[in-house]
Design a protein around this ligand. Sequence first.
Ligand SMILES: Nc1ncnc2c1ncn2[C@@H]1O[C@H](COP(=O)(O)OP(=O)(O)O)[C@@H](O)[C@H]1O
Ligand SMILES: [Mg+2]
Length: 254
Amino acid sequence: MSTNTAALRVEGVTVSFGGLRALNDVYFEIGRHEVVGLIGPNGAGKTTLFNALCGLVQPDHGTFFLDGKESAFPRTDNLVDLGIARTLQGVGLFGDLTVLENVMIGAQHLAQTGLISAALARNGKDENRIRERSRIALERVYAGGLAERRADTLSYPDTKRVAIARALVSEPSILMLDEPAGGLGTQDIEWMNLLIRNLSAQMSVLLVEHHMDVVMSVCSKLYVLNFGEVISSGSAETVRRDPAVIAAYLGTGA
Ligand SMILES: Nc1ncnc2c1ncn2[C@@H]1O[C@H](COP(=O)(O)OP(=O)(O)O)[C@@H](O)[C@H]1O
Ligand SMILES: [Mg+2]
């Protein structure tokens, strides 16, 4: 397969909720090791597209390609097999468990989806394996030192890192993050961008973000959605100067 084949590509994605067309004929692709941002005003369809890419929404129309090969849109139960992992907005940690246990619970889910066989997961040997993978995932977000901390003692920025560690346990080739910088201050946003850039050495990353500035520095390519359609795409500079984008953001006061 040629090296310029996109890791993930979709064409003609249309999603309706009753009479409302949330996405209309959307084209989108992520290259290997690329960090791609999906931005747009509130209600633009960002979460709907994210959900379609991770199996939470089934499109009415559209084509899905992984590594250039057409396949059905993902379902939540085959995401791991497809090499896709995601974090979701507002999914919390169990406060009375340790950070490591929280990441391991993410891995238990892998046992259920077959990546780690359910039979093996019942014996101690496999628990050790899950523990080891979870520790590695924490190291990759520079949170190895937090492993034994109770989750409810973490700072907010640290909970965001742990949520990413949970997604990394399945060793994805495509990582999808819904508003990873949401609620973070300037310094923590820079830190998060650095972390994402480092992760992209091993995988492709898709970021969904409401605020354009947050993703400008970390993404090599941006797609801008408005009213369910891609109104602009390209480098941060291209998108920032695009009159259609300026109008869309001014129109909502964002
Ligand atoms: N489950 C749903 N049922 C009905 N309408 C929905 C649903 N999810 C999203 N929508 C509508 O679809 C449009 C796009 O929403 P969404 O994808 O959440 O936008 P964004 O994430 O960009 O803010 C909005 O008009 C929203 O109200
Ligand atoms: Mg959203």
